[in-house]
Design a protein around this ligand. Sequence first.
Ligand SMILES: Cc1ncc(COP(=O)(O)O)c(C=O)c1O
Length: 389
Amino acid sequence: MRKNYIPFGKPNIGNQEIQFVSKIIRSKWIGSGPITEEFERKFKKYKKSKYALSVNSCTAALHLSLIYCGIRYNDEVITTPMTFASTINSIILTGAKPVLADIDPNTFNIDPGEIEKKITKKTKAILIVHFAGLPCDMEKILKITKKYKLKLIEDCAHAIESKYNNRHVGNFGDAGCFSFYSTKNLTTAEGGMVVCNNKKISQKIRVARLHGLSKDAWKRYLPESVKNKKKFEHYDVTEIGMKYNMIDINAAMGLIQLGKLESSWKKRKKIFDLYKKKLSHLPIKTQNFTNKNIRHAYHLFLVIIDKNKTKKNRDDLMLFLKKNNIGCGVNYRTVTDMSIFKKKLGWNDKTCKNSKYLGDNTVSLPLYPDLKIKDLNFICEKVQQFFKI
Ligand SMILES: Cc1ncc(COP(=O)(O)O)c(C=O)c1O
């Protein structure tokens, strides 16, 4: 039995982050401020987007994007069943109804053919997820949004580095939403970002993320706010806002993480490719992508038990790995399995069969830049052993 636990996720944080965050904590300003703005500037430059609005989670980014894309009570938003609960929750929180279109069983991304079947008079938007970092079929999806005049929101929680036809994901629709949660490719502990190319949407989100206070509210605390002014200017409340802003402590981490993004991507790609090679002979499937014009973000490596080839099951594999001190996760059980959605929306095992199969049979293996090759070899040995016993 090995002594050290191999965690499922491990943020790539070093001294640079610790020093910069400490500097910000010691400074006179720890809330939303200049560091948050600098992070936004650098993030939008990386993503080649016109606007970037930092927030405190991807969930906040999704909620604001839906609201300012005009989604309202009784509208329908088509989305994928293979996602985290917050994709669905954010739709419900606008008062709209999430409508599921099943996934493609090869890519695990929403199937454009299924989207078209679900369009009704009430459909206002499509909310896609670039699952595990693999871009969705944007050509087909954009044809649909154009044909039916639908808004498009991209959940890019897994896909910071992903590109489709050399274009960064997040820029294809009306808004792109990113997560900087602890296990994500870039982390600020908790955090998120909306990128968009529409001035009006960006202005609304900028205000609504912080109580609806008039523009750049944080600047009123600084001496510069009264420079060259004869009269004191009070703030106004111009939107029904939320408390979704990012703060400088988190943004400081983000700035350092952004500098490491591409080198971390290369390391994860190497690990992803090694897993694929070493496990290829087993009765499993992995995410299958052949399109040469995409860039995968390598956020997750999924092993899917192939029920046509083995009687082994997913939960036993997870138990076996954990007993061998190997962390693993499920990304995700299909949202149609979750009791609140079953109760409120009437979803069941037959709603999306491909997603149900994936959700019942998938395990995610550790994938992060400093996973040691000897640990990767150990993980692969144990997965192989599981299928032999
Ligand atoms: C696909 C997807 N969307 C949204 C989220 C929510 O992200 P956050 O925790 O930053 O709100 C997650 C989180 O894991 C996710 O995987």
